[in-house]
Design a protein around this ligand. Sequence first.
Ligand code: SIN
Length: 279
Amino acid sequence: MTLVSEKLCDHMAVAVTGLDLNRPADAATQAELREALNRNLVLCIRGQKLAPPAFRDAMARFGTPMRRLQLASTAECAEVNIISSEDRDVLGDGKKLVNGASWHTDDSFMREPCSLTMLYGVVVPSRGGDTQFVNMHAAYEALSPEMKARIDGLQVIHKYQSSRQTNKVSKRPESEMKAMPEATHPLVRTHPETGRKALYLNANRMEQIVGMDRAESDALLDTLIAHAIEPRFQYRHAWRQGDIVIWDNRSTMHKANADYPEGERRLMHRVIVAGDAPY
Ligand code: SIN
């Protein structure tokens, strides 16, 4: 297969065309995709038309798909979640819910957060609804030597329902909450495949830095988030129907935007694949 690549911004993100994922990519092409993802952190595969089982199977070439109950699943395939303009906080106040509307990395409230997320644009609005990303390696590398020395070795408590939460998350049954107790992760993590260091932040799930008083912890986390989301570290993906965007949660944060015209639909299918405990 011949892949055509297009760099989407200078410091991250690449798009490829020339693939139909209904047919498994050969080993060389799959290795090329993986390499493109590791180098660019965000990989867009254009022009796909995939039923949920085919989407899951294509993504299983990148890792082991995981089930997550916090989002609805497609009827055909439990590992394919739905993110939709019609999402509601069904067990909570029943109101419209925009999943992922603040800067975050997926699953950080889990002890072993997913490594990659794959989002497939099934129905995209005529304008708006972009997904923004930040390069957390670049954000870490741009810190002053003093700040790097201050934060190296610090650990942070992450929770599904953090008291610092900036975006409402869906209410979950008690039984499910017990399956996601808080997790403690390093503030600076090392990517297990590339060995590069990255800031590991999640504006919506971080509770407090271990061993630091609340005010100092809040101030440091706020400073680091403000630094990481500076425009120089960002890429903004404007969706085309049929895009699959794969991102590495170990080296990026992302954010959804619900700024598309009222009444227009946005429907994404999502797969996440297993990861390890961050170190
Ligand atoms: C997410 O946060 O995983 C969803 C991103 C999006 O809908 O753009």
